[in-house]
Design a protein around this ligand. Structure first.
Ligand SMILES: C[S@@+](CC[C@H](N)C(=O)[O-])C[C@H]1O[C@@H](n2cnc3c(N)ncnc32)[C@H](O)[C@@H]1O
Length: 220
């Protein structure tokens, strides 16, 4: 029922400049409608973020495609994802890498994503409920790390868990708007490239923003 809408989304991503054929094939394969609440299914293939509960969102498809393309995955990488959310990007990553470790702060979202990924038979992914701003040292180093929530600065823990030549993509900046940044590790140095302006929900954790105030704003 949603197949044509999925193909159209993939064609749109191509028109908008996504060139990595493996990324496009992953978008053409993963059923985004399964990762949004039932009342949002009709909107699942629009190029927009959608609410998934707990005040969180499934990210805009074009921005997800941009981040995945920047990782330049070949299929051999172990990837760390911070901010599982619905599990949609986790399922895309499973198409692109050999192993995916995904971290989610919200126990409810982590449990829901774990159940859905298992139900869909998504292979080689592990979801943990944890503060992803600290990474997951037990499985480091990672050849790629992608953060789907905005950090006040690049968390040192994530840089330390990046392999030589590894690629880290994350949004950095305040709640009003951030810069999507690509960091590539070369020896002790990092090459930094700006990928453009984005707007993500905050990364809340020890190397992120502080827990939200009762009015919903996050403090550092
Ligand atoms: C924009 S959503 C991620 C969307 C996800 N990529 C998807 O496909 O649905 C950001 C997620 O990051 C989570 N998050 C925020 N701070 C976190 C942290 N320190 N560790 C792990 N997850 C965190 C939020 O709970 C939220 O689910």
């Amino acid at each position: 029922m949603y197949d044509e809408a999925r193909h159209e989304l993939t064609r749109m991503l191509r028109r908008e400049g996504i060139r990595d054929e493996r990324v496009l094939a992953a978008f053409d394969h993963v059923p985004r409608e399964r990762f949004v609440p039932p009342e949002q299914r009709e909107r699942a293939y629009r190029d927009e973020p959608l609410p998934i509960g707990e005040g969180q969102t499934i990210s805009q498809p074009f921005v997800v495609a941009l981040m995945l393309q920047a990782l330049e995955l070949t299929g051999r990488e172990r990837v760390l994802e911070v901010g599982t959310g619905s599990g949609y990007q986790t399922a895309l990553l499973a198409q692109l890498a050999v192993e995916v470790i995904s971290l989610e702060r919200s126990p409810r979202l982590a449990a829901a994503a774990t159940a859905l990924l298992a139900e869909l038979g998504v292979p080689r992914v592990r979801v943990f409920q944890a503060d992803g701003s600290l990474g997951w040292p037990a499985a480091a180093p990672y050849q790629a790390i992608v953060v789907s929530a905005s950090a006040p600065y690049v968390p040192d823990a994530l840089v330390r868990q990046l392999d030589e030549g590894g690629r880290l993509v994350l949004p950095v900046g305040p709640a009003e708007g951030q810069e999507l940044v690509l960091l590539v590790r070369r020896g002790h140095g990092l090459r930094r490239t700006r990928l453009g302006p984005v707007r993500f929900v905050p990364l809340i954790g020890a190397e992120g923003w502080g827990a939200p105030f009762s009015n919903g704003a996050a403090h550092p």
